[in-house]
Design a protein around this ligand. Structure first.
Ligand SMILES: [Zn+2]
Length: 144
């Protein structure tokens, strides 16, 4: 579908211009009408095909215009879809950043032992619990 509408604007414009020229110069009609005149068509059938050939460029102009409009609508829709996807991704990234900040903010609320009060292992940054023994590294307010 994407490829079908890829060049809908230039193709549509070119198609409309070509068919306007064909209709205005009557060249297409002049070219094809001898075939109809030499056929055995009579009366209503002849008039119908005669009209059909005469108005064929007009029909093509309408079809090319419809193709162009459909292309516009499709491109607008797919653009909106892409925009939604980008927005969704940004929200997700923002949420991840916010989560990270929340963890850091929570960490900064407390004071920490540089070494575990239980086993003496050094505490790393952003760690509120000892990696080795699971003891809390938070310095209790009443102990300060
Ligand atoms: Zn420990």
């Amino acid at each position: 579908m994407k490829n079908f509408f890829r060049f809908s604007l230039p193709i549509g414009i070119a198609g409309i211009i070509i068919n306007i020229i064909l209709f205005a110069t009557n060249s297409y009609y002049e070219l094809v009408v001898p075939l109809i005149e030499n056929s055995s068509l009579e009366g209503g059938a002849f008039k119908f095909f005669d009209d059909l050939i005469f108005y064929t460029p007009v029909i093509f102009i309408i079809l090319f215009a419809a193709y162009m409009i459909a292309g516009f609508v499709y491109k607008k829709k797919s653009y909106a879809k892409t925009e939604d996807k980008v927005t969704e991704k940004l929200i997700q990234e923002n949420e991840a950043v916010q989560k990270d900040l929340d963890v850091k903010a929570e960490y900064l609320k407390h004071k920490y032992y540089t070494n575990c009060p239980n086993c003496g292992a050094p505490g790393a940054e952003n760690e509120s619990v000892c990696r080795f023994c699971g003891e809390s590294l938070i310095v209790k307010e009443n102990k300060i």
